[in-house]
Design a protein. Structure first.
Length: 348
C-alpha cells in the first residue's frame, strides 16, 4: 500500500488535514516547528535571498568600477584581474536573482514537484561562468609572464584600493553566509563563498602590489595568475556539485539518518527501511518503506503512514515524502525470501 500524493490531488500533509480528526489515532500538537530541522517559508527564503543579493550587487558595482579604473590608471594587472572577478560576481548576483524568481513558481502539471531545481541549474551556470573567467585570467597572466621586462611598476593607490576591496568582500561574505545558513539556501551559500574567494583574491593582489612596489614587478602578474587559478577552481567545484545534484544525488548520511529516525519515532511504525533521497534545489524528495502491525486495518496503516509523513514534512526540509507500508515481521512480495538463507526476508 502506498501513500500516493497524486491519488487525491494533494500532498500527504494536505490529506492529513482533510481527514476527519476523530479517525486519527495520533496527536501532533506537541510537535515543535522550531527544531534544528525547521524550514523557512518560501516567502521568507525569497525575501532574504533577494535582500542579500541586492546588497551584493551594490558592493560589486562599486568594486568593479573602482578596481578596473584604478587598475588601468595604476598599471596593475592584478587589480584589473580582481576587478574582472568582481564583475563576474555582479553577473552571478543577477543569475541568483533570476533563479530565485523562477524557483518560487508553484508546482504545475509539467513540474509536479515545483521549480526548485532552477537554483541548481543556476549554480551550474555560475560554476561555468567562474571557470571561464578563471581561464581568461590565467591566459592573460601567462602572456605577461612571458615577457617580465614589460611589467611596469604600479602606483601606490592600487594598494589602497586592494585593501579596501579586501575589507568590503570579507564583510559581504560574512553577511551573505549568515543569511544563507539562516534560510538554508545552497545557492546563497555558493554565492557567499564566491565573495570569500574574492576576499582571498584581493589579499593575493595586495601582496603582489606590495612586492611590485618593493622592486619585484613580476609579483603583480603572478598575483593575477593565482587569482585566476582560485576563480577557476571554485567554478569547477560549484559546477561539479550542481551537476551531481541534477543527477539526483542523495543528501548526506547524517540528514538521511535524521529523517529515518523521525519516521521510526512515529507511533505505530515498527520499522523503517529502503529510505532513498534526492535533492530538489535546496529541498529533498524522499521515498521510504515503513513497517506496521500486519493485523491492523488498511485505514489504520494508512493513517500511520500519513502521520509519519507529516512529522517529516514538519521537521525536515523535505518537499515530498512517498511512503510504502509493509507488514512488520512478515515476508511480503516486495521483499522475497532468499531460499539459500532460510525464511528471513531480504531487507535493504
Amino acid at each position: 500500500m502506498s501513500s500516493e500524493n497524486e491519488r487525491a490531488g494533494c500532498t500527504g500533509a494536505e490529506r492529513f488535514r482533510h481527514r476527519p480528526t476523530e479517525t486519527l489515532p495520533l496527536n501532533f500538537t506537541d510537535l515543535d516547528d522550531e527544531t534544528e530541522h525547521a524550514i523557512h517559508t518560501a516567502a521568507e527564503r525569497a525575501k532574504a535571498a533577494t535582500r542579500s543579493t541586492w546588497v551584493s550587487v551594490a558592493v560589486n558595482v562599486t568594486l568593479t568600477a573602482t578596481q578596473i579604473s584604478v587598475g588601468i590608471f595604476a598599471k596593475s594587472q592584478g587589480l584589473i584581474a580582481d576587478g574582472v572577478h568582481s564583475l563576474s560576481d555582479l553577473v552571478a548576483d543577477f543569475v541568483v536573482l533570476f533563479a530565485g524568481h523562477h524557483a518560487r513558481k508553484d508546482a504545475d502539471e509539467g513540474h509536479p514537484y515545483g521549480h526548485q531545481r532552477f537554483e541548481t541549474a543556476a549554480s551550474l551556470a555560475l560554476g561555468v561562468l567562474l571557470l571561464g573567467v578563471g581561464m581568461g585570467m590565467l591566459w592573460s597572466a601567462f602572456r605577461k609572464l612571458e615577457s617580465p621586462e614589460s611589467v611596469p611598476q604600479v602606483h601606490v593607490i592600487a594598494l589602497w584600493v586592494a585593501g579596501g576591496a579586501l575589507v568590503a568582500k570579507e564583510a559581504l561574505f560574512r553577511y551573505m553566509l549568515a543569511v544563507a545558513k539562516r534560510v538554508k539556501s545552497s545557492l546563497l551559500v555558493a554565492n557567499a563563498w564566491h565573495a570569500r574567494s574574492d576576499a582571498a583574491s584581493s589579499l593575493v593582489v595586495g601582496l603582489g602590489i606590495v612586492g611590485n612596489l618593493l622592486g619585484y614587478p613580476i609579483l603583480d602578474p603572478i598575483a593575477a595568475l593565482i587569482v585566476g587559478f582560485m576563480v577557476g577552481k571554485m567554478g569547477w567545484s560549484f559546477g561539479w556539485d550542481a551537476l551531481h545534484d541534477l543527477m539526483d544525488r542523495a543528501v548526506d548520511d547524517a540528514e538521511v539518518q535524521a529523517i529515518r529516525q523521525t519516521l521510526a519515532d512515529t507511533p505505530g511504525v515498527a520499522g523503517v527501511h529502503d529510505v532513498r533521497t534526492r535533492k530538489m534545489g535546496d529541498m529533498i524528495v524522499v521515498d521510504a518503506h515503513i513497517e506496521v502491525d500486519a493485523v491492523i486495518t488498511v485505514e489504520a496503516g494508512h493513517d500511520i503512514a500519513v502521520a509519519a509523513q507529516r512529522r517529516v514534512l514538519q521537521r525536515h526540509r523535505v518537499l515530498n515524502l512517498m511512503t510504502h507500508v509493509d507488514p512488520a515481521y512478515r515476508p511480503d512480495l516486495d521483499h522475497a525470501t532468499d531460499p539459500a538463507a532460510g525464511a528471513e526476508p531480504l531487507r535493504a
